[in-house]
Design a protein around this ligand. Structure first.
Ligand code: ADP
Length: 260
């Protein structure tokens, strides 16, 4: 894809990993994890790349559910973890390391320790691309994570809603400040297509993402509709790009993967 090969000034290089692309959002619940998971699977299946997926959303890890991973990772003699391969994607998530439902209070230094464990503490092997599902928001955690990882670029997920876009704008500025190239904005929940008459409804507004992108000199590189089967397949741990590979949505994720 056209965007690969950029590099930021992050400190953390991972041996054998060619590119690290983050999926970020200004706020939670906009579909960041759904995007990261489907992008990773599309990169593996539609672009035939060697792909890793790092769930760095330590506050609400959802990759284990979305990728149907239940087992704990093996630890090798050198105390590194073996990522769990699912749907041809090597996955690692904080959710695999802590007990389910256990409350986790993350302070700055602990966040960095956890990130260290999830990145350098993992036998990623040779990867063409590592997709990182970032924690939502643009606080200290996200900034230091961004500084620690040598990111090739970041994708920002937003809904067309004003509040989400304001947060996305804040996020975009944060990444620009730390010199990570923004590959584009992904508009999620763009519209809802009536299953009866096929008419699209713009539930969260229309045109806002494009406008924000234009204002910031960014590209809106994908529009993903609000669709019941996207949520269902996420909940079932069988991403839509695999459960309905020929659907329009899966093609949209495929296009996105090719652009990245
Ligand atoms: P985030 O990572 O931003 O917190 P998630 O990816 O976890 O958001 O998505 C939040 C919820 O919305 C999940 O239940 C997910 O299945 C659902 N969801 C995300 N994108 C879509 C979409 N385009 N259509 C329908 N449901 C979606």
């Amino acid at each position: 894809g056209g965007f690969r090969g950029f590099s930021s000034r992050g400190e953390l290089r991972l041996d054998g990993v060619k590119d690290i692309v983050a999926v970020a959002s200004g706020k939670g619940g906009v579909g960041k994890s759904t995007t990261a998971v489907n992008l990773a699977v599309a990169l593996a299946h539609m672009c035939q790349l060697k792909v890793g997926l790092l769930d760095a959303d330590i506050y609400g890890p959802s990759v284990p559910t979305m990728m149907q991973i239940h087992e704990k990772p093996d630890v090798t003699e050198d105390k590194k973890m073996v990522p769990i391969e699912m749907y041809a994607v090597k996955c690692m998530s904080m959710g695999l390391l802590v007990e389910k439902d256990a409350p986790i209070v993350w302070r700055g230094p602990m966040v960095m320790k956890a990130l260290e464990k999830l990145t350098r503490g993992v036998h990623w092997g040779n990867l063409d691309i590592l997709v990182v599902d970032m924690p939502p928001g643009t606080g200290d955690t996200q900034i230091s994570m961004t500084r620690r990882l040598q990111l090739s670029g970041v994708l920002i997920v937003s809904t067309p809603q004003d509040v989400a876009l304001i947060d996305a704008r804040r996020g975009a500025r944060m990444f620009a400040n730390v010199q990570v190239p923004i590959l584009g904005i992904i508009e999620n929940m763009s519209y809802f297509k009536c299953p009866h008459c096929g008419e699209p409804s713009f539930i969260f507004g229309k045109g806002g993402t494009q406008k924000t992108a234009n204002e910031m000199g960014l590209e809106c590189i994908a529009e993903i509709p609000l669709q019941g089967d996207i949520r269902e397949s996420s909940d079932e741990g069988f991403p839509i790009v695999l459960s309905a590979p020929n659907s329009a949505v899966s093609r949209a994720y495929g296009d996105l993967a090719h652009k990245v």
